[in-house]
Design a protein around this ligand. Structure first.
Ligand code: HEC
Ligand code: HEC
Length: 261
């Protein structure tokens, strides 16, 4: 997986170089440019007309049709972790992503994308607002997760979550965090020579040392391997079972907030 994504990035880099040569000739932008981008980068997995290929799903089926404009932009920008769908935010500009998304709407036989349809502003749904309060206060999710500008880095950023995870996957992520662990957020346990154990997010590893971000997110600690008794992988997520312990009303509020991201 690691291999494949580095390879693809390299490939995208090469293709991007080729594209900018040809793009300097054309002056139009919008759907036409989106089509060129699509053919250069997306067609190989999604098919010439979005019908799907072995390595990628159709972009004209009901699932893809149901994506909101924001959701569509977010999948292209951030990818879907754990699948062949890479994050294109690093290789394509916002405008290019918008153009390619508009072209996908075109393939779906839908009207063009509408920028800023009001969805992106703060929600005024009371359920969502109550969920946001929980997230930031009593449920303390914000100590480990960032959305927008706020939050910690022990867990993944939650922006665009609802377009990355299906409703089922979201429910599983909050109900049983250890069932699947987001790659890059694995837990390591370091046992020191004096017997004390430290649990945290694994950040870096070398022949000599391993670096762990403490569970509260505040410290990054380097442990030299000759001074620790053992370093083990843990199959248990760093994320506590807070959600499962909430009442039904609070669960509903928190879930509404997560789905609004
Ligand atoms: C290496 C293959 C590959 C390439 C290249 C690729 N994708 Fe994908 N894409 C996938 C896979 C696989 C999925 C399904 C992910 C999943 O299981 O949720 C996907 C999902 C998507 C989705 C979500 C569809 C849905 O129904 O939820 C969109 C939108 C999308 N890709 C757009 C693009 C665009 C735009 C590009 C080019 C900039 C692109 N993809 C390039 C493999 C690829
Ligand atoms: C001590 C840190 C910590 C706290 C507190 C915490 N999480 Fe997490 N969370 C993580 C880590 C680490 C992961 C990634 C590992 C995994 O998949 O379990 C994660 C994963 C997730 C995911 C999946 C994200 C994805 O991209 O697939 C969701 C959703 C989530 N957390 C929601 C919450 C909610 C809601 C709360 C509050 C009730 C919360 N978390 C509290 C650390 C935390």
């Amino acid at each position: 997986m690691q291999y494949r994504s580095t390879f693809l990035k390299g490939l995208a880099g090469i293709a991007l170089g080729m594209f900018s040569l040809s793009a300097s000739v054309s002056v139009y932008s919008g759907v036409g440019e989106g089509q060129e981008l699509y053919n250069a980068y997306c067609q190989i997995c999604h098919g010439g007309l979005g019908e799907g290929q072995q390595m990628g799903k159709p972009l004209t089926d009901s699932t893809a049709n149901r994506l909101t404009d924001e959701g569509l932009l977010s999948v292209i920008t951030q990818g879907r972790s754990g699948t062949g769908m890479a994050a294109w935010g690093g290789s394509l500009s916002d405008i290019e992503i918008f153009d390619v998304a508009s072209y996908i709407r075109n393939l779906q036989g839908k009207p063009a994308m509408i920028l800023d349809d009001g969805d992106s502003g703060p929600s005024d749904d009371p359920l969502v607002l109550a969920g946001e309060q929980l997230f930031n206060n009593s449920a303390a999710c914000v100590t480990c997760h960032t959305y927008g500008e706020n939050g910690g880095s022990v867990g993944p950023k939650l922006d665009g979550l609802s377009s990355r995870l299906s409703d089922d996957a979201l429910l599983q992520a909050v109900l049983s965090p250890s069932a699947t662990i987001v790659s890059g957020f694995e837990t390591k346990i370091v046992e020191q020579n004096d017997g004390t154990q430290v649990r945290g997010r694994y950040r870096n590893d070398s022949d000599l040392a391993v670096q762990i971000q403490s569970e509260d997110g505040r410290r990054w600690v380097t442990y030299f391997k000759d001074r620790v008794k053992s370093i083990t992988d843990s199959a248990e997520s760093l994320m506590p079972d807070t959600y499962a312990s909430l009442g039904a009303v609070e669960q509903e509020q928190l879930l509404a907030f997560l789905k609004s991201l």
